[in-house]
Design a protein around this ligand. Structure first.
Ligand code: NAP
Length: 555
């Protein structure tokens, strides 16, 4: 098995594959493990899912021996954790760093994948697992004149390892997604002047981050099994104490109390997304939440001009763009050295030798930071020239948007799996939980293939099309599709507008993939030799398998 990427997904896939006895190698572009947490080292970077949840659950010993310092661990601590996992489970010998995969093609004659790296190395593999991450291909808008800018230029996801000292500097941050929201308060404390260039005001909710006391951590660890069960049964794969009532089922007093309870934290920013059962499907309910949050934002910012700019417009449903979870973001704009520029009203036209020019004026800067996000969900996969059976390029198959069965297998791409890919809960969930779910499911499938003497598996076109339609139908029932978010590819010029995640939640998704498994992998087809692709078992033939008439019906 060849695994591309050594983040949370790649490491766990390696652990499980090796446990089964597969000869396995991980290829990783960076010079260290950690994926997202290796690259995103900007000031203030920390997880916005609680670290007790955003961590592996496969090893109770690991859960007990690792101690998180804060509710939301900072980037360097998460990176330390991932490195600890790599050492503790002796994963490093099978990880090849500094190795960027550029192409992967399924060779029909040999019935295996051939993978090529930037340095020209070639690998052959029976199974190919893409653990390339949903938010790993940084996007930086083209800016005329950037080459002439005399100052320093950074991207949040390509941050220098040695860090950057902004003391006394005039700094521009372009972008106000989660990365911009996290770095702004920290840079503001160092910089002489910080100017935030905002194109769209997004909703951010307070993290209420706290350091763990030894007692609190001990108590949390003592309840770890229960915590994991609650997480597995929660829509996002982390327990957010979701309100099961719709707004219509509550009195005005109850609604306000629920909103206040969630705003005050009660354990984490994302709980605000679960204030009412219908807030992502009922416009009126959503507007009520949005109004509540807007009032809270206004109350934090003294300057009415800044407050109005920072308040999301009412055409953006609350939560339809990925919510940010912040520590003192809005309050930072009360500082004299921090200002905000509305890029929609006065777009940035070009960089100059001294800074940036908008349609209104010129600004002088020592540093410009792009916090402009990623080509999400599909970017890292399509950056690799992946070709399936018959040489079909994935770039071609996905030209109208990603298609994948269950978000993990693609018709025409035998023995290839995508971890937390498009069409799975992935970015709408506690992704570490989603990663573990996918890897465990894939490993059960591969074990089953070995047991049955099967060499080749791939999703059927029909199953794939049905799944893509289901994902689109479910998304259309929600307000998610209303926003110009990276969930729909709107941040990348020319990208097809498709809602790319499975929206109906982690427990529903898990039950579906478990049912597929129980039904002898309905929607997948198998072959006993990897070359021919001759089908020996499909969901229709599976009935025979269960009655003992194994491989009875060749098709
Ligand atoms: P993002 O959410 O895509 O935000 C990018 C920002 O840049 C947006 O404000 C966007 O404006 C702006 N932008 C893009 N192109 C621009 C242009 N040409 N001119 C002006 N502004 C431009 O990216 P991100 O903040 O890196 O976050 C991406 C995702 O990564 C998050 O949603 C989250 O899932 C994850 N993340 C997680 C954490 C965490 O857990 N702690 C931290 C950071 C990121 P528009 O809104 O108008 O497009």
């Amino acid at each position: 098995m060849l695994i591309v990427g050594a983040g949370f997904a790649g490491l766990y896939q390696l652990y499980r594959a090796r446990e089964m006895g597969l000869r396995t190698r991980v290829l990783e572009a960076g010079d260290g493990v950690g994926g997202t947490w290796f690259w995103n080292r900007y000031p203030g970077a920390r997880c916005d899912v609680e670290s007790l949840d955003y961590s592996y659950s496969f090893s109770p010993e690991l859960e007990q021996e690792w101690s998180w310092s804060e509710r939301y661990a900072p980037q360097e601590e998460i990176l330390r954790y991932i490195n600890h996992v790599a050492d503790r489970f002796s994963l490093r010998p099978d990880i090849q760093l500094n190795t960027r995969v550029t192409a992967a093609s399924f060779e029909d004659e040999e019935g295996q994948w051939e993978v090529t790296t930037e340095a020209g190395e070639r690998f052959a593999a029976t199974y190919l697992v893409m653990a390339t991450g949903a938010l790993s291909l940084p996007q930086r808008p083209k800016l005329d004149g950037l080459g002439s800018f005399a100052g320093a230029v950074y991207h949040s996801a390509q941050w220098p390892k040695e860090g950057v000292d902004f003391t006394g500097k005039r700094v521009a941050v372009i972008g106000t997604g989660s990365s911009g929201v996290q770095m702004t308060p920290v840079i503001a404390e160092q910089a002489a002047q910080l100017t935030v260039f905002q194109r769209t005001a997004n909703f951010s909710v307070p993290a209420h981050n706290v350091a763990f006391t030894p007692e609190a951590l001990r108590a949390a660890k003592a309840r770890y099994p229960e915590r994991r069960i609650l997480g597995r049964e929660a829509i996002t794969g982390q327990f957010l104490n979701a309100n099961t009532k719709t707004a219509a089922e509550m009195t005005d007093e109850e609604k306000l109390a629920e909103l206040e309870y969630r705003w005050k934290g009660a354990g984490g920013g994302f709980r605000m997304l679960r204030t009412f059962a219908d807030q992502m499907s009922n416009e009126q309910t959503n507007r009520m939440v949005a109004e509540f949050v807007r009032a809270k934002i206004r109350a934090k910012i003294k300057d009415p001009r800044k407050a109005e700019l920072l308040c999301p417009r009412d055409n953006l449903p609350f939560g339809a763009k990925r919510l940010s979870v912040d520590s003192h973001y809005y309050e930072t704009f009360n500082r004299d050295n921090v200002d905000i520029v509305d890029v929609q009203a006065t777009p940035i036209v070009a960089a100059t030798p001294h800074g940036l020019r908008t349609t209104e004026r010129e600004y002088d800067f020592d540093a410009v930071i792009f916090a402009t996000g990623f080509d999400a969900m599909t970017g890292a996969l399509l950056a690799i020239d992946i070709r399936g059976s018959g040489g079909v390029p994935l770039r071609e198959r996905w030209k109208d948007g990603p298609v994948a069965y269950l978000g993990l297998g693609i018709a025409g791409y035998p023995n290839m799996f995508v971890i937390a890919g498009p069409g799975s809960p992935s970015v709408l969930s506690n992704v570490v939980h989603s990663i573990e779910t996918h890897v465990d499911w894939i490993m059960r499938l591969i074990r089953r293939m070995y047991a049955d003497g099967l060499k080749r598996v791939e999703a059927t076109r029909e199953a794939e099309a049905g799944w893509v339609q289901l994902c689109a139908d479910e998304a259309d029932k929600t307000l998610y599709t209303r926003a110009n978010s990276w969930y729909v590819g709107a941040n990348i010029p020319g990208k097809p507008r498709v809602f790319m995640a499975f929206v109906s939640g982690v427990p529903t998704y898990r039950r579906i993939i478990e049912r597929v498994e129980a039904n002898d992998y309905e929607g997948f087809k198998f072959a006993s030799d990897a070359q021919s692709g001759e089908l020996v078992r499909s969901s229709t033939a599976c009935a025979n398998t269960r009655s003992g008439n194994h491989h009875a019906r060749r098709q």
